[in-house]
Design a protein around this ligand. Structure first.
Ligand SMILES: Nc1ncnc2c1ncn2[C@@H]1O[C@H](COP(=O)(O)OP(=O)(O)OP(=O)(O)O)[C@@H](O)[C@H]1O
Ligand SMILES: [Mg+2]
Length: 401
């Protein structure tokens, strides 16, 4: 049976001779249908320019230059036409996603427009659980659980990235994400495998609960403490560099393979609110971003206000992993992703765009504070005092190299 007569026989809605509606791809999943469905969706959403040629008037939509069917949906790339801007398409992203029974991410690059359709919609809520993470984290040195993406439950190794940026407006999910990362690392890694420097200039409210972990060898909650802890990371980087030079290797993984050396732990520098750092501190962050990766030092930087002052080009160029929660505007989103997509994410807490080996939406994992605390507490550093009672130790000022 011809496809159109099949459709007619089943009483489906026809517009202009084409099948419209999200059932189309299920009934007759051919490339041409998807392209046509998008063209019709554009027209139905008013995203066209009326063109008169002789006695004919027609609706011109952007010209499709590429179409890819992905495991998770589709990527359409269009050449924009005068009279239509990316923002007009972005404002209709919900309609466009719905037409495909999914969600859309739309953004412009130069005079091109990219429309990604995520056909399998993500859950609105996904809880953190070490059970879900631990198998995927196997073999990773700094496993970062991203949450649910179209690749399934996704965990990546920060060591490969080698640094990451977490951005998004207030209340979008940055600190909850960071809490999930730190709890994961505390559970899966020993202090011999991974140490950490935590900087939380929001008075230690978010990261304070982690400061008694034996992994945490530097903790700053006041601007005056930042230079001290960053200075130590800087020194660690230089000392490791010299050590490697003497040993004739150029990276930590090779150094740690020598049978007769004390193994060096990886080191994570985590900053919650990069915008609170002053220029001197940002200079060190910049240096770490450029030079530290081979010494096993990696950074995760969270900020509410990704802008040019906080993220000078140098820092950004060396941070290929971006996790962009909902941003206030296109400008903030562009600093993180090079396009405005994160300003147009659906208003779902924990929803983000991840840019790393391609781009995808993620629903990050919810880990509530009281649950994280209960998991962390048994792992905390304890020190015996002279009267035999145990008390929490403070982050050591001794730095491993
Ligand atoms: N992944 C998530 N799933 C469900 N709810 C979430 C998620 N992430 C955050 N939330 C909810 O949103 C609230 C705010 O999140 P969070 O504290 O992470 O925001 P933030 O981006 O750090 O904001 P700020 O910049 O103000 O510090 C959380 O208390 C929680 O209720
Ligand atoms: Mg926060």
């Amino acid at each position: 049976m011809e496809p159109l007569s099949f459709v007619a026989a089943h009483g489906l809605k026809m517009i202009g001779g084409y099948v419209v509606g999200h059932l189309a791809w299920k009934l007759y999943p051919r490339k041409e249908n998807f392209k046509e469905l998008m063209r019709i969706t554009f027209i139905r959403s008013g995203l066209f320019v009326r063109v008169t040629k002789g006695k004919y008037v027609y609706e011109q939509t952007p010209k499709l230059i590429s179409f890819r069917q992905e495991s998770w949906g589709f990527t359409f790339k269009y050449r924009l036409i005068p009279g239509l801007s990316p923002s007009q398409f972005i404002s209709k992203s919900e309609e466009i996603g719905t037409a495909f029974n999914g969600e859309s991410i739309i953004y412009g690059i130069g005079n091109e427009l990219v429309v990604e359709i995520l056909r399998l919609s993500l859950p609105d809520l996904e809880y953190w659980s070490i059970e879900k993470i631990k198998d995927k984290a196997d073999g990773m040195s700094i496993p970062i659980p991203l949450g649910i993406t179209r690749k399934g439950f996704e965990v990546i190794d920060l060591v490969k990235a080698p640094h990451g940026m977490v951005g998004g407006q207030s209340g979008s999910g940055k600190s909850v994400f960071v809490r999930g990362v730190l709890t994961t690392l505390a559970v899966l890694k020993t202090p011999q495998q991974l140490t950490m420097t935590l900087i939380d200039l929001k008075h230690g409210v978010e990261l304070g609960m982690f400061k008694h972990l034996p992994h945490v060898i530097g903790f700053a909650r006041k601007p005056s403490e930042v230079m001290e802890v960053l200075g130590k990371v800087n020194a660690m980087m230089d000392e490791r560099g010299e050590l490697f030079e003497k040993a004739g290797v150029n990276e930590i993984a090779l150094y740690n393979k020598f049978p007769d050396v004390e193994k060096l732990p990886y080191h994570l520098v985590l900053v919650d609110e990069l915008a609170e750092l002053d220029n001197k501190a940002l200079d060190i962050i910049d240096r770490i971003a450029r030079l530290a990766r081979f010494t096993g030092i990696h950074m995760l930087l969270a900020t509410q206000r990704p802008d040019k002052d906080v993220m000078p080009g140098g820092i950004k160029a060396n941070i290929p992993l971006a996790i962009a929660f909902k941003c206030k505007n296109d400008v903030n989103s562009k600093i993180l992703l090079d396009h405005g997509g994160a300003a147009h994410l659906p208003p779902i807490k924990g929803r983000a765009i991840v840019q790393y080996n391609g781009e995808r939406q993620a629903q990050s994992l919810l880990l509530e504070e009281h649950i994280a605390k209960a998991i962390i507490q048994p792992l905390e550093r304890k020190e015996e005092t002279s009267d035999g009672t145990k008390r929490k130790g403070n982050p050591s000022t001794h730095y491993y190299i």
